[in-house]
Design a protein around this ligand. Structure first.
Ligand code: GRF
Length: 180
């Protein structure tokens, strides 16, 4: 019988995408929540659900982190707003089992502040869920969804942010329900 995946969710901030995983605990095994920032509000969300959390040091020892993941029987990694560059060796060790969510219609607007840049340029807004490869925001796309603006008045920045977050959460649910 296929062993269901056991996930580590990597965060750096608010953790609203992480929350989707926590809210679907009956479908998914989240074994560890790891943050690059001690102040990330997402850490509290995980702790409240009794999930083990760790804050990574400023200088991450990626080989040690890899061994720690193995020790905890983690099989898959979800980068949910994780704001650290990941070295090639580590990505290759987890290739096919490390996913990222990015607030743009990749390959458009890779990198930091994607949504702001997209909005500023009046380009189509959306979200991409993709496999992680050593090049930033460049891996094979799993799901992608564009924001549908149905009104004639353009959305404000807060509206775009809110709706993008809702789409992110919808894509997170897709992963939770289809990958587990
Ligand atoms: C999301 O916009 C995600 O696409 C990006 O970082 C943000 C994380 O948000 N990579 P949250 O911490 O899950 O609320």
């Amino acid at each position: 019988m296929r062993r269901p995946p056991r996930w580590a969710i990597l965060i750096s901030g608010r953790g609203s995408n992480l929350q989707v995983w926590l809210d679907h605990a009956e479908f998914v095994d989240v074994g560890w929540v790891v943050s690059s920032k001690a102040t990330a509000p997402g850490l509290l969300k995980a702790k409240r659900r009794g999930i083990q959390t760790t804050v990574l040091p400023l200088l991450i020892d990626w080989s040690k982190f890899h061994l720690e993941l193995k020790k905890r029987n983690i099989t898959h990694l979800m980068l949910a707003g994780f704001m650290k560059l990941i070295p090639t060796d580590f990505v290759n060790q987890w290739r096919g089992r490390i996913l990222n969510i990015h607030p743009s219609l990749l390959p458009a607007f890779p990198g930091l502040h994607a949504l702001q840049r997209c909005f500023a340029e009046g380009a189509p807004v959306g979200v991409t869920l993709h496999h992680v490869v050593p090049e930033m925001d460049a891996g094979p796309i799993i799901f992608q969804k564009a924001l549908q603006q149905k009104t004639s008045v353009p959305w404000s920045w807060p509206q775009v942010q809110r709706r993008t977050t809702l789409i992110e959460h919808r894509l997170m649910r897709e992963v939770v329900l289809k990958w587990n």
